[in-house]
Design a protein around this ligand. Structure first.
Ligand code: NAD
Ligand code: IPM
Ligand code: MN
Length: 363
């Protein structure tokens, strides 16, 4: 039997509430198949850990995580610890240390999910965001000069390396080619006269290697407008770290809400563990109430199953989410329901059970 070793970093706020439900679903899936099991190891890292130990994770935390097949993360950041410390010392540290340079964020309106847009056909909201996840505006480089003085100056540097830019754009072309879909690049070459001019140039260069992939290129401001006005233009999308961050929260509203938006941080070479997480944060405003929507975290579990090559199970989980949305009976308050976090996950498990019983799933 194959044992998949998963590091669990439930983190802060609603993180632990949603991640425990995701684990229930993963265990359910593993119980269907006698060839593999999950072995979860829990790491208590996050803002509470920080308040006790003055650090977000163990000093050798990255070393400890190296041996795992994947990381399953809830959310990081909570009032009381400055966000730039909590995020840079845990979430962003993991993305960077493990070179998880591809951030895959589906913006697909599942059946039964409600978009914030009006007058749009469901099938016209089917985007796949591929966000650069290792450098760009998140290089972490900068300086704070003359602190507190009249001539104080703060620098926040973007870094776009040839290697980093090419590999994410090539990954996006490969994805678009495989899926037979178009690829849109979103940048901002009119104002960002180094970084985004370079990005556009690399996009053109790599594009020449993929004549079969239809391409488009938009400035980020116009793209934000068009995602609302005409989302069907966007199929596979590649963009920089910060633009991808912002546009995928917009995408979440377009595709059913932040409680449903999932993300996978992938190291395609598999030199290091990849990490699966909802794209939302710790939601301090609803933490501790047991009402956070676990569907984003469960969708990211589906991405994890795909990543391990169990696509049939990934699909099983995603279709269970879809069926739950279509039934519309067991939803958390953010989706206008009255169910609790665990009731939603229990319902997902029930749907999985009945699907497996009724059509003897083939993997
Ligand atoms: P947030 O995503 O935590 O919350 C924004 C809004 O969405 C809130 O109203 C919240 O209640 C709601 N929401 C989020 N997740 C939900 C869920 N599962 N179910 C129902 N409603 C949900 O964003 P924020 O308030 O800007 O950030 C809070 C903290 O989380 C900050 O410290 C921030 O830095 C951090 N953060 C972490 C991650 C991460 O760990 N990946 C992502 C985003 C923000
Ligand atoms: C996300 C989050 C993170 C990001 C923050 C918490 C650093 O917003 O995963 O979308 O900006 O990447
Ligand atoms: Mn974000």
């Amino acid at each position: 039997m194959k044992i998949l070793k998963i590091a669990v970093i439930a983190g802060d706020g609603v993180g632990p509430e949603v991640i425990s439900e995701g684990i229930k679903v993963l265990n359910k899936v593993a119980s269907i198949d006698s060839t593999f099991q999950f072995d979860f190891t829990y790491f208590p890292w996050g803002c509470e850990f920080y308040s006790k130990h003055g650090k977000m994770m163990d000093d050798d935390g990255i070393e400890q995580l190296k041996e795992f097949d994947a990381i399953y993360l809830g959310a990081v950041g909570f009032p009381g610890v400055p966000d730039h410390i909590s995020l840079w010392d845990l979430l962003l540290k993991i993305r960077k240390s493990f070179d998880q340079y591809v951030n895959i964020r589906p913006v697909t309106l599942l059946k039964g999910a409600k978009t914030a847009l009006s007058d749009v056909k469901r099938e016209n909201i089917n985007m796949l965001f591929i966000r650069e996840n290792s450098e760009g505006e998140y290089s972490g480089a900068g300086d704070w000069l003359f602190k507190g003085q009249d001539h104080e100056v703060v620098l926040q540097n973007s870094v776009f390396s040839r290697k980093g830019t090419e590999r994410i754009i090539r990954y996006a072309f490969e994805t678009a080619k495989r899926e037979g879909r178009s690829l849109t690049s979103i940048s901002k070459g009119n104002a960002l006269n180094y970084s985004m001019v370079f990005w556009d140039q690399v996009f053109e260069e790599v594009s020449a290697e993929y004549p079969e992939v239809k391409t488009a290129s938009y400035l980020v401001d116009a793209a934000a407008m068009l995602m609302i006005k005409d989302p069907k233009r966007f199929e596979v999308v590649v963009t920089s770290n910060l633009f991808g961050d912002i546009l995928t929260d917009l995408g979440a509203a377009i595709a059913g809400g932040i409680g449903l938006a999932a993300g996978a941080n992938i190291n395609p070479e598999r030199d290091y563990p990849s990490m699966f997480e909802p794209i939302h944060g710790s939601a301090p405003d609803i933490a501790g109430q047991g009402i956070a929507n676990p569907l984003a975290t469960i969708w990211s579990a589906s991405q994890m199953l795909d990543f391990f090559g169990y696509e049939a199970y990934g699909k099983l989980v995603l279709e269970a989410i879809e069926q739950l949305l279509v039934d519309g009976q067991v939803l958390t308050p953010d989706m206008n329901g009255t169910a609790s976090t665990s009731e939603v996950a229990d319902k997902i498990i029930e749907i999985i059970e009945s699907t497996v019983q009724s059509n003897s799933l083939k993997v």
